[in-house]
Write a new protein. Structure first.
Length: 271
């Protein structure tokens, strides 16, 4: 995915480098505009999301088999294990797509409602939510307005993959079953505590590892300049993106199996 992202962004990097060389030849200052690089890089995000979702679906299917008393697929030959895991993994992947669509629709609906309320307030009162100091002025303020609804739905749908993997129910049935289990009053505090604790641990691990690899970034930049390209902007981006991608995959690899097993165990217990 990283290689694809840099391949798509190569023309933008070359444009930045040519402009920098021209400014240097004219002995003029130059401030690069990175906005042209971002869209090509974002084109690779769907591929990365698909890879992570597919891997997560397989791991969740395997975790469900272990928690629910099924056979440990890690003791089987790879082809046989994949044959047995494939139906559950395919169902979980379909669920991921449906859940993502619902969360996107909820976010858009929350945005429409928030903008409508803000427009009414600006029209009939002295408040200015779209101007300086308003909640729509900064990305953090906008996120605080849009986040509550999709976050609540995301927590409510946490057990849906386990329902598909353990019981083999369709995606819509799994979403309804997860919501009915999670919305119990005695369950919400535990889920909120687990979500906050898990997020804190994941962020702490990622930031600690990032600080550990920061001294290696100049070495990586020089290696890219020496063996890949003479474009300083591409080398600088590679020295930032490659460690970030590696650490993200490392965190996913370390955390995914325990989290999936825990969610499956919670589903079996509540069911």
């Amino acid at each position: 995915m990283t290689v694809l992202a840099f391949a798509l962004a190569r023309p933008a990097f070359e444009g930045l480098w040519d402009e920098a060389l021209a400014a240097r030849a004219a002995e003029d200052s130059y401030s690069p505009d990175w906005l042209g690089v971002v869209p090509p890089l974002l084109l690779a995000v769907p591929l990365g999301a698909l890879v992570v979702a597919a891997g997560s679906a397989v791991v969740h299917a395997d975790a469900a088999a272990g928690v629910s008393g099924g056979e440990d697929h890690r003791r089987l030959p790879a082809r046989e294990a994949w044959r047995r895991l494939r139906p559950a993994a395919a169902g979980v992947l379909v669920l991921y797509a449906l859940r993502a669509a619902l969360l996107l629709a909820a976010t858009l609906a929350a945005g429409v409602v928030a903008v409508g309320v803000a427009s009414v307030l600006e029209l009939f009162t002295d408040l200015a939510p779209f101007r300086m100091g308003g909640p729509f002025e900064t990305p953090a303020g906008l996120a605080s307005v849009l986040a509550p609804v999709p976050v609540a739905l995301r927590i409510g749908f946490l057990l849906a993959p386990a329902a598909v993997a353990v019981d083999g129910v369709p995606a819509r049935t799994a979403l309804r079953r997860s919501w009915s289990l999670v919305r119990r009053r005695r369950v919400w505090p535990w889920f909120l505590a687990a979500a906050v604790l898990g997020a804190f641990v994941a962020v702490a691990v990622w930031l600690s590892a990032w600080r550990a690899v920061t001294p290696l970034r100049p070495v990586l930049r020089e290696a890219v300049l020496a063996h890949v390209t003479s474009n300083g902007y591409a080398a600088e981006a590679a020295a930032t993106v490659l460690p970030a991608m590696t650490l993200t995959l490392l965190c996913v690899t370390v955390c995914l199996r325990p989290v999936q097993t825990l969610l499956t165990a919670v589903y079996v217990r509540l069911r």
